[in-house]
Structures are given as C-alpha cells and as structure tokens.
Design a protein around this ligand. Structure first.
Ligand SMILES: [Zn+2]
Length: 469
C-alpha cells in the first residue's frame, strides 16, 4: 500500500456543511482518502510520502461536467465570431476531419496540461471524432488522457440524422457540399452501437477504474429517437450515465414545433441517469419536467456566450432543484480549459442578465465545480468533496499571490479572484499529477516542445481543412 500525508493544510471539504478545517492533515492510502481532519487526530502512519501543506488550501479537484478535447487545436481565430451551426459545419467538422492520429494525441496532451494546471481532475469528454475510424480515434485520445492521469468519463457521441434545415442554419453558400460532407461524417447507428461494445471492452474501467465509457446521442436534430432509446438502454444495462446536448440554441424547438424536453419526455427518454448539457433555451415547464425525471444538467457559460447561444437559466434550474455542474465545452468554443474562468463567468453573467448581484451565492457556484458537479455526472459517492472513503482527487492552492490578496471569505475569492495559476499541486486517485506547479506526466522541456508542436500541427490542420476567418 502507498500512503501520502499532507500536513498543516487548510481544508475546504465541500461536504454538505462546506466545512473548513485549519491546520488539518489529509492522509491518502492508495487511491482513497483515509483521514481528513485536525492534525492531532490523524492516525500515525509510517513510511508515508509527506507533502508540506503549510500556507495551502486543499480543495476537491474540479469536475468538468461537459467538454470536447482534441478540438483545442482549432481554437484561436478560426472559431471566433461564428454561431453554433456555422461553427459546427464550417470549422469543427472540416477541422476534425483534417486531424492525423498524431494530431489527436498532441491535442489531447495539450488539453490535459491546461486542465491539470488549472486544478481540473475529472473531465466528461464528448467525442465525435469526425473520421471514419472511431475506435482508432478513441484509442489515441484515451491513451493521452490516461497518460495525464485525469479521471475520465468518455462519452461516445452518435449522429445518425442529417436535416437540410440544420445545414441551412450554418449560413453556408454551398449547401450541396455541406450535405455531402455531413452525410460522410454521419454515423451508421447500427455500426456505432456495435462499436460501442468494443469501446467499452477496450477502455471502460481502465486506468485503475478512472475511465468510464458512456453513450451520447448528440442532439434531437442530429440523432434519431431510436438511437436515443438505444443509448438509454445501453446506459441502463451497464449502470452508467448517458449524456446529450439539449436546447443549446432554439433550433430544436423550431424544427420540432415543440420543446425538445417535451419531445424526449413523450418518448420516455428522460431519466435519472441522463446528463443534459447546455439547456439554454428552456422554460419553467421544461425545467419542472426535467426535475421530475431526475435529469442532471451541465451548464457551459463561456461556450454559450462565445457562440452567441445565450445564457442558461441557471437560477431557475436551482429553484427547480436540478443538480447542475459546470463544463468548459469545446476547447475551441471558449477558448480556455479552466473552471476558475467558468465559475467567474457563470456568476457574473447570471448577475448581469438577472440584474441581481446576489442571484447565485458564490458557495453554490463553487459547488457546481466540485460537489454538485460530481453528483451531476453520477459520481457523487466517489468524488466532489474531501471526505473519508472518497477517492483522493484534490488540489492544493497557494492563495498568497497578488491576484488572491486579500482574502476575507475563501469561497468568494475562489470564484471571483482566482484564475487557476494558484493551483500548486494536483492529485488524482492518490497519484500526484503536479507538485510545485511541475507536472509529473511531462517534463518542463517536454511541455515547451508540446506547445511548439501543437502550434505547428494546428497551422497545418487549418491549411488542410481550408479554414478561413
Ligand atoms: Zn458539447
């Protein structure tokens, strides 16, 4: 058994009372929290690795409840200034189709570096992959994710429907070409579902159980309801969550002539294992239905603002008792991989559009990135708070820098002042991924080389895909 003792640290547990324990000790045995509390109560442990926590704040690792990873090589100029369908069809699809297998690995590692450096420990990765070799893409992406040590929920997206009205919303002048390309990128649902079994066989439970595989029908306008039902069944059979994109823009409502929540519910396709991302264009009736079915939500404030999609009704979601986590969404519709950025963005956007500076207390926002985020992805019993018996996923922050000075209420400072650079140490599953801001899965030299390589690869992808801006 391996053991690590973090001594003389202040712990913000994010348990139900949001307890703060000063001068605390945290004992990690293998992948599990064995003790969290006052130093004097900590059991004596011989042969432990000691981490000095003096001056540090221990916080549960941040949970990214909805994201897409390799797209990070498409961020920057190509994606900016576009609405969802324009961005999807004119940047994302052609861009991803131009990736080489090595591009996927480099992109994923780049993403992991930014994620770990900003204190993220769990990511719900939605992958569409663009290419025909879906399993090959998953092998590459998951290989790099495992190398980083992050906890992963890998959601296999399925799109098996092409609707001209959705393509037309992209604003493209060459609809014929777009139709061809979209049909080529469309998944044959029978094959996709068969491949899902193989994906589970290869990856589910890998990395000491850190990797779970979920089914993910994309949206109600790009995926048939039959495939929604198949995904729901697969998740139920395996006891996992499943996840969808819901009401990101008004197009679902426009095309169906009814709310997509109403549509899914009328087919029995809302349940307590479902994580619905975005949920921007929903009304009280929709939220009430979702709450009644136990659907959980991942909200993406930066991405929704980036693509001009709107601001999700998060205060109303909370009023309805929905469990809400936060996601960064695509790394190229944001353009950062940083939940501190998201927390601040979420709080400020809601305060602005609701004209109420107290509309969501900072403590609720921090919960969405930790404890509530963990519950939103169906992992509340495993992660999200620093309590004995849970997995040892935590970060140590140094709040002594200029940006987080002064601190009067640590929760408020984490939401409004911190930017991610305060993260000093990251531990996932009891393994140290970063200490003193030095990564353990890449050397400093390798990290610099990775950034140079990623820049060059991105330039070649942009050229091959013919992206303009
Ligand atoms: Zn998404």
């Amino acid at each position: 058994m391996s053991a690590t003792l973090i001594s003389d640290v202040t712990v913000l547990t994010m348990d139900e009372q949001r307890s703060v324990v000063p001068h605390a000790a945290v004992l990690i045995e293998d992948d599990t929290l064995a003790y969290v509390g006052p130093a004097e109560g900590c059991p004596a442990a011989e042969g432990v690795v000691r981490l000095d926590g003096r001056g540090m704040l221990a916080l549960p690792g941040l949970v990214n409840a909805h994201t897409h990873v390799p797209q990070i090589l498409l961020r920057g100029a190509p994606s900016q200034g576009r609405r969802l369908q324009d961005w999807l069809n004119n940047v994302l699809s052609p861009g991803l189709a131009a990736f080489s297998p090595q591009d996927l690995e480099v992109a994923t590692l780049l993403y992991c570096v930014e994620a770990v450096r900003s204190g993220m420990t769990t990511v719900v990765v939605n992958e569409d992959a663009g290419g025909a070799d879906y399993l090959g893409v998953a092998d590459r992406v998951l290989g790099s994710l495992r190398q980083s040590g992050l906890r992963v929920r890998y959601a296999r997206m399925i799109r098996d429907l092409v609707d001209d009205r959705v393509l037309a919303a992209s604003g493209s002048r060459d609809l014929e070409r777009m139709r061809e390309r979209t049909w080529a990128g469309r998944h044959d649902s029978a094959r996709a579902l068969a491949e899902f079994d193989e994906l589970v066989r290869r990856h589910h439970g890998s990395g000491n159980g850190r990797v779970e595989v979920w089914p993910a029908p994309a949206t109600t306008v790009t995926t048939t309801l039959e495939t929604f039902a198949a995904a729901q069944r697969l998740a139920a059979e395996r006891g996992t969550s499943w996840t969808i994109h819901l009401a990101e823009t008004p197009i679902e409502q426009e095309l169906h002539g009814r709310s997509p929540v109403d549509l899914l519910d009328s087919h029995g396709l809302l349940d307590g294992a479902l994580l619905a991302a975005h949920c921007v264009h929903l009304d009280d009736q929709d939220l009430s239905t979702m709450a009644a079915r136990g659907v959980r939500v991942a909200t993406q404030p930066s991405s929704n603002a980036y693509l001009g999609a709107g601001v999700a009704p998060v205060p109303a979601m909370l009023r309805h008792g929905l469990t809400v986590g936060i996601g960064t969404d695509d790394a190229n519709a944001n353009d950062s991989v940083n939940l501190f950025v998201e927390m601040r963005m979420l709080a400020l956007l809601q305060q602005a559009v609701n004209q109420d500076p107290a509309v969501i207390p900072p403590g609720r926002v921090l919960e969405m990135a930790t404890s509530a985020g963990a519950r939103a992805i169906g992992a509340g019993d495993l992660i999200g708070s620093l309590e004995v018996g849970k997995r040892a996923d935590l970060v140590l922050l140094d709040l002594g820098g200029v940006r987080t000075t002064p601190v009067h209420d640590v929760v408020t400072s984490l939401v409004f002042q911190a930017g991610g650079a305060e993260v000093d140490t990251v531990i996932v599953d009891g393994r140290v991924l970063m200490r003193d801001r030095v990564l353990t899965f890449l050397t400093a030299q390798e990290e610099r080389a990775l950034c140079r390589d990623a820049q060059q690869r991105s330039e070649r992808i942009v050229t091959r895909a013919g992206l303009t801006w």
